[in-house]
Write a protein that binds this ligand. Sequence first.
Ligand code: DX5
Ligand code: ZN
Length: 214
Amino acid sequence: MVKIAPSLLAANSASFGKAVACLDAAGADFIHFDVMDGHFVPNLTFGPKILKELKPLSQLPFDVHLMVTNPDDCIPWYAEAGADLITFHLEASLNPLQTIQLIKSFGIKAGVTLRPNSDVQLLTPLVDLVDLILVMGVQPGFGGQKFYDDTPERLMYTKKIIGNRPILLEVDGGINFQNAPLCIDAGADILVAGTTVFKNDAYADNIAKLKGIA
Ligand code: DX5
Ligand code: ZN
């Protein structure tokens, strides 16, 4: 069964606590935090304080997606704030091997991702070191964008690079009820969805529909 990681970027900041507390019961499997520094992407979002204060409200793993330049600088902050998994952009790291080792040194899982227009082949040297690969369905930086139609193809290609290694394949950005089945068929293990999950506050129904069980 595919897993769902609601992206908190799509929730109303005034009720993050309520949203996070409800997501466990609503069938979510992770909580996805889109960390943006206003430099790697033209947007600014969650600091580690938010994760630290939300952590006691949820049993779900905190899935942190760093859209920041030089991720090594802030990885310790999010690891100590409660991240269970940290994914960074290869384009943003000066030394991806070192960044992966830094994440793992905190005893948490390491993921890598690329902008949609970057060459997926860049992942090949890292496949024996990471726990997760995140395929972007949109340009990083904002929720509510239109899904790139070549995302399922990029998922299939990434799945081939993964082979039979125990690496989770996650897809993120623009996921809706129409393209979710395409991503699942293409091999995605985890769907990140913000707009679709938080639509009309119908978290449980939306999550069930994305899983294909409603
Ligand atoms: C975009 C983020 C995505 C995005 C998902 O930079 O990485 O997680 O917030 O939101 P929706 O599902 O609204 O596209
Ligand atoms: Zn994300």
